[in-house]
Write a protein that binds this ligand. Structure first.
Ligand SMILES: Nc1ncnc2c1ncn2[C@@H]1O[C@H](COP(=O)(O)OP(=O)(O)OP(=O)(O)O)[C@@H](O)[C@H]1O
Ligand SMILES: [Mg+2]
Length: 220
């Protein structure tokens, strides 16, 4: 099972929105069974899931401290786990981050958000030693703010070139328990989500192939 953790200590940046869209994208692209994980039963991910007409992807409500012990059970049933996090001290997710195959960091294009990221989230992510990517979220294309934020982030790590734009459809889907992939499958929102999923998957596959290669190395 591959574990994708969506993290940013700042609130309202689109963590839950991206987590659920990635999970549904993985299922729709036939990548394998996906499960959502939420550490807070009162969070927006659980609200979305409760409103959802579809039974999949299932939601596992697991406490942060019990995650390591529950992970093998989930791994026996699912190919992908999408872990949503709360706007809180990132340090509390240190153990979860260490088991991540990829950490996805949604960032709203704004100098304040980049400063907060540098101060609160990035140090914990870097300490985990796990691969991570930045994803511009709730963004308006073509703005100077977007361009300068992408430039600033690229000094710290990989920036996904697909941006998640500010779209009313995401907010509507949040209420309906759906996704843009289901509501407007031929729309631009669905297309950007599919692109984001392809990028996430390619980053995970790349790391997996590299470590397989390393295992096959003969030291003579
Ligand atoms: N790309 C987007 N376009 C428009 N609205 C969005 C987008 N992404 C998220 N939203 C809306 O913005 C609000 C915050 O999004 P979301 O709950 O995903 O953020 P979050 O980072 O998980 O927040 P929290 O830190 O509180 O958990 C929600 O109302 C959501 O529907
Ligand atoms: Mg959230």
């Amino acid at each position: 099972m591959k574990t994708i953790v969506v993290l940013n200590s700042k609130g309202g940046v689109g963590k839950s929105n991206i987590t659920r869209h990635l999970a549904v994208a993985a299922e729709m692209e036939n990548a394998g069974a996906a499960v959502l994980c939420d550490t807070d039963p009162q969070s927006s991910l659980a609200d979305w899931w409760n409103a959802r007409p579809s039974e999949t992807p299932p939601l596992a409500v697991v406490g942060v401290t019990e995650f390591s012990s529950k992970q093998p059970v989930l791994a026996s049933r699912f190919h992908y786990l999408f872990f949503d996090t709360a706007a809180a001290d990132a340090e509390q997710y240190a153990e979860v981050l260490r088991s991540a195959d990829l950490i996805v960091i949604p960032v709203v294009p704004s100098p304040d958000d980049v400063r907060s990221l540098n101060r609160l989230t990035l140090p914990v992510v870097k300490k985990s030693g796990r691969p991570f990517i930045f994803v511009l979220s709730k963004a308006r294309p073509g703005t100077q703010l977007l361009i300068s934020t992408m430039g600033a982030l690229s000094e710290h790590g990989v920036v996904c070139q697909t941006i998640i734009q500010q779209r009313e459809g995401y907010a509507k889907a949040a209420y309906a328990g759906s996704t843009m992939l289901e509501d407007e499958p031929t729309g631009k929102g669905a297309a950007e989500i599919r692109e984001l999923w392809d990028f996430v998957k390619s980053r995970i596959d790349e790391k997996t192939n590299l470590s397989k290669k390393a295992k096959g190395l003969l030291h003579v």
